[in-house]
Design a protein around this ligand. Sequence first.
Ligand code: FUB
Length: 464
Amino acid sequence: MATTRKLWTHIALVVGLILTVTAQAKADNPIVQHIYTADPSPLVHNGRVYLYTGHDEDGSTWFTMKEWRVWSSADMVNWTDHGAPMSLATFSWAKQDAWAGQAVQRNGKFYWYVPVVTKATGRPAIGVGVSDSPTGPFRDAIGRPLVENGEIDPSVMIDDDGQAYLYWGNPNLWYVKLNPDMISFSGGVNRIPLTTAGFGTRTGDPNRPTLYEEGPWVYKRNGLYYNVFAAKCCSEYIAYSTAPGPTGPWTYRGTVMPTQGSSFTNHPGIIDFKGSSYFFYHNGALPGGGGFTRSVAVEKFSYNADGTIPTINMTTAGPPPADTLNPYVRQEAETIAWGSGIETEPSSEGGMNVGFINNGDYIKVKNVAFGSGANLFTARVASTVAGSSVEVRSGSPTGPLAGRCTVPNTGGWQSWTNVSCPVSGLTGTRDLYLRFSGGGNYLLNMNWWQFGTGGLNRTPVAAS
Ligand code: FUB
């Protein structure tokens, strides 16, 4: 991704697309800018949304996917990069195609159901990863496929009576009843009848008489069961059906998201979080984006009074913040509303750090609650060059300069030290921009940052 992002950054600089930069500064969609992401699966846990995605490789000309990624947010606008805690290597029996999955929580564990092509059969099966943490690391729960019938895109719904259902399929739609251990099932593999009453009418493809294509997202709300899915092909759009029970009978309800956004696939994920409903999907919105270089995005929506889902369109603005961000506790550098030019990588101190930073790159952090005002900025940094700066700005990448921290040569890209500098003018709730400047190629790495109110003599202590 570094090469693609840098190229576009330089093109934008050369042609002076100031309007583009302004537009990006206002955008929050797609959610991630430094890699391509696809196939969203959101999960709410302990006041955060954990977003599980696939990862389209740079320059892909097919669904070349080797790992899955995790992101999280407490406000729907700033997203923390948790890296790749599950990959094809997690499943010794997997050959290729880390495609669309879903993670769910049960019994204090997190189960991540994914389709992969097996070495043994050369066709897709459903595997399940398990972890004690929503951010992993995940291990293979059973050391073999949970179910194998050559079809993809698992979705899990745990009903109010505790019965869990695993749905999946393309071109068919299947389900099994999961046992309470979530890693075995009873009652055999069942096919859900794809009737036109249940899933709409497709014309022009005698092999696929209904609109159902792939990517089911099954959930229950106010006693009604929803199956939101990728419809028709290609290009896909998002449609949905409802049913009075977990296995039907389904009734087709229409379009959720029309065909939009430069990717011939789309993939739904729906949650309620902090009192609002959110629809996750993917498109080809990033530079270089398209059908095999996709990006996950999100929109806020409200159900109609009768429980039907309104038509939702893709936007670059994304949802409004669901919360503010506290700058007076340690915040990970990889918690980002919009990153320009930056990349992330695993940090020697745990988690991820921001790196591969060039002059003019920046991180936007949205809706930061400074209250009566900060007067100190501290960042955990590493560098092999002296004299680079972290410019603390508000409002835009070129907005008012609140302070500037100089970063020394720390002796290595993972040799971390704290730098602090005074800041002023940061009051109320506003968007924060950390803009990086200096000469040479890469300038610095950043692991975390924190503001203080006590002045330079009272450097804030990082939370663990
Ligand atoms: O990402 C690979 C495949 O494309 C997914 O499994 C489908 O849902 C479609 O998004």
